[in-house]
Design a protein around this ligand. Structure first.
Ligand code: 48F
Length: 259
C-alpha cells in the first residue's frame, strides 16, 4: 500500500509539473507581481489569454503590502475605483476624490483575483534574461530565486511567450536587459531608459499611465518600470496610476495579440 507521505509528495510533484508544462508556451508573461502586473494579469486572463506571472519573491504583491512607510493603508483616486471594485476590494472616501484601502486586503485581493481569473503564478522564480528572435522579444529566461541568490552555477529554463510585460517596478529589470544586453532600441526619446525622476505625485500618477506602452515588438512595460523607462516622476503610496497602468497594458496587448 502507498504510504500517505508518498501520496502527498506525488500529488504536489505531479500537479506542479503539469502546471509548469502547460505554461512553457504562453500568450503573455508578466515579470513581477506588483499592482500593475496583477491588474494586467487578471484582465488578460478574463479575456481568455494564457497568462503566467513570474515573481522573484515568495509572496506576490510587490510594493503594496507595506502601504506608506509600513502604515498598511494606501490611497487611490476616484478614477481607479472601478478596478478595485472588479477585485471586490473595499475602499473608503477621505475627500477630494481620494480613498483609502487596507494594503493587506489590496495585495491579497489582487493576487486572488488574478489567480481566480486564470492567471498562473510562478513565485520564487527570477527572470534573468530574455529571448529575442527576428526583432521580437519572444521568451523569458527563468531560474529559481534561491539559485540566483546563492550564485549557483545552474542553467536556467526558457518560457516562450507572445508578449512580455516588464512589471518589475523601479529597476525596470527587463527593459534594462533589453536595452543594455540585447541592444534593443526602446520606443523612448533616446531609444534607451530615460530614468525615474524624483517625487511629484500628480505628475507621477499621470506619467505612469502615459509611459505604459509597447517598447519593442513583444515587450511592454507597466507601473514604475514604465515610469523609469519613460522618465516619469515617482509618486509614493498612491496607487491609482499603477492600477490604470495595468489595465492599459492589458488592453494594448489584447489589441496586438488579436490583430
Ligand atoms: O514594484 P512593484 O510593486 O511593481 P509596480 O506594479 O508597483 C509599484 C508600487 O508598488 C510602488 C509605487 C506606487 O506608488 O511606487 O513601488 O510597478 O513590484 C514589482 C515586483 O517585481 C518583482 C519584485 O519582487 C516585485 O514583487 N521583480 C523584480 N524584478 C524581477 C521580479 C525579476 N527579474 N524576476 C521576477 N520578479
Amino acid at each position: 500500500m502507498e504510504l500517505m507521505e508518498e501520496k502527498i509528495s506525488a500529488a504536489i510533484v505531479k500537479t506542479y509539473f503539469a502546471k509548469l508544462s502547460r505554461n512553457l508556451a504562453i500568450d503573455c508573461a508578466i515579470v513581477g507581481a506588483g499592482p500593475s502586473g496583477l491588474v494586467a494579469a487578471r484582465d488578460l486572463a478574463v479575456a481568455g489569454k494564457k497568462v503566467a506571472v513570474f515573481e522573484r519573491r515568495l509572496a506576490p504583491g510587490g510594493g503594496v503590502w507595506g502601504g506608506g512607510m509600513l502604515f498598511n493603508e494606501i490611497v487611490v483616486e476616484d478614477s481607479a475605483l472601478p478596478i478595485l471594485d472588479d477585485f471586490s476590494i473595499s475602499h473608503a472616501p477621505v475627500g477630494d476624490g481620494f480613498h483609502t484601502a487596507d494594503s493587506v486586503e489590496v495585495a491579497s485581493g489582487l493576487i486572488f483575483g488574478a489567480r481566480k481569473a486564470g492567471a498562473v503564478f510562478f513565485n520564487s522564480v527570477s527572470v534573468e534574461d530574455i529571448a529575442v528572435r527576428e526583432n521580437r522579444v519572444c521568451g523569458l529566461v527563468v531560474n529559481w530565486t534561491p539559485v540566483v541568490r546563492e550564485g549557483l552555477h545552474v542553467d536556467p529554463l526558457v518560457v516562450s511567450t507572445r508578449a512580455v510585460i516588464d512589471g518589475t517596478g523601479h529597476p525596470a529589470e527587463i527593459c534594462t536587459i533589453a536595452a543594455r544586453k540585447a541592444g534593443i532600441r526602446l520606443a523612448t526619446e533616446t531609444g534607451g531608459i530615460l530614468g525615474e525622476k524624483p517625487m511629484w505625485m500628480e505628475e507621477g500618477e499621470a506619467s505612469t499611465v502615459e509611459n505604459t506602452k509597447r517598447l519593442y515588438p513583444g515587450l511592454y512595460a507597466s507601473g514604475m518600470a514604465a515610469n523609469n523607462v519613460g522618465g516619469g516622476f515617482r509618486m509614493g503610496p498612491i496607487f491609482g496610476g499603477m492600477f490604470l497602468s495595468g489595465r492599459k497594458v492589458a488592453k494594448m496587448i489584447l489589441e496586438d495579440l488579436n490583430a
